[in-house]
Ligand binder design. Structure first.
Ligand SMILES: Nc1ncnc2c1ncn2[C@@H]1O[C@H](COP(=O)(O)OP(=O)(O)O)[C@@H](O)[C@H]1O
Ligand SMILES: Cc1cn([C@H]2C[C@H](O)[C@@H](COP(=O)(O)O)O2)c(=O)[nH]c1=O
Ligand SMILES: [Zn+2]
Length: 206
């Protein structure tokens, strides 16, 4: 578990901010972990602002929602450049689905952190082809803290770090969940359709 640094309580302009990145494949728990950190910041009575790209309407047009139905209210924005004005006066800034933001997102996160805000960014490290996704490599490079989370391969049960697309589309952006994607380990990802595809069945402990 990530041990959160303590945020000093003076005005944001008198304290040091930082950037945290939570990254991994689909179903790896990025959103869960983002919501956990943001809820803890709220419990600490810090002012929390949360953003997501407006394109991400998968589960809800406003809320950030995890695959296991945790939810937190957010402000959808069209462009990264809109975030600084909207985040003014907040101690902590959460951003989900960062891979969909334009290249300005890295400068935006730097600006917020330099102003003393704690910035927590979650996003996919790789696309369906196993290629680094958009701005994520840059965000991981400039962050003080990077947490890589992993899913479970739905084919074999090993640790998964790939998002395997079940449709033939080669478009980079294709929203979806278990209808369109599976979490897969390296081996089952490389095997592709030859690895087969199984609905994950939880083993009964009894
Ligand atoms: N293959 C899988 N591996 C791990 N968790 C899964 C898998 N499929 C569904 N889940 C569920 O997804 C949850 C994580 O969802 P979420 O935080 O939205 O992930 P992410 O944002 O990384 O896509 C897990 O707690 C679990 O309930
Ligand atoms: C791999 C991959 C994913 N997407 C889309 C699919 C989902 O809508 C999001 C990822 O959401 P999650 O919170 O990480 O589960 O991204 C895409 O558009 N292109 C891809 O290659
Ligand atoms: Zn596997």
């Amino acid at each position: 578990m990530f041990i959160e640094p303590t945020q000093r309580r003076e005005s944001p302009h008198l304290r040091t901010g930082w950037i945290e990145v939570i990254s991994g494949s689909m179903f790896s728990g990025k959103t869960e972990e983002l919501i956990r950190r943001l809820n803890r910041a709220r419990i600490a009575r810090l002012k929390v602002a949360i953003f997501k790209p407006a394109i991400d309407t998968r589960y809800h047009d406003q809320n950030i929602v995890s695959h296991n139905s945790l939810a937190i209210h957010s402000t959808p924005v069209q462009k990264a450049g809109q975030i600084p004005a909207l985040a003014e006066g907040f101690d902590v800034v959460g951003i989900d689905e960062a891979q969909f933001f334009d290249a300005e997102i890295a400068d935006v996160c730097t600006k917020l952190a330099n102003q003393g805000q704690r910035v927590i960014v979650a996003g996919l490290d790789m696309d369906f082809a196993g290629k680094p996704f958009g701005c994520m490599p840059q965000l991981m490079a400039i962050a003080e803290y990077v947490t890589k989370v992993h899913a479970i391969c739905v084919v074999c049960g090993d640790m998964a770090h790939h998002s395997f697309r079940l449709l033939p589309s080669q478009e980079r952006v294709l929203l979806g969940e278990t209808d369109n994607y599976e979490a897969r380990c390296r081996r089952c990802f490389v095997l592709g359709n030859d690895a087969g595809s199984k609905e994950w069945v939880y083993v009964d402990d009894k």
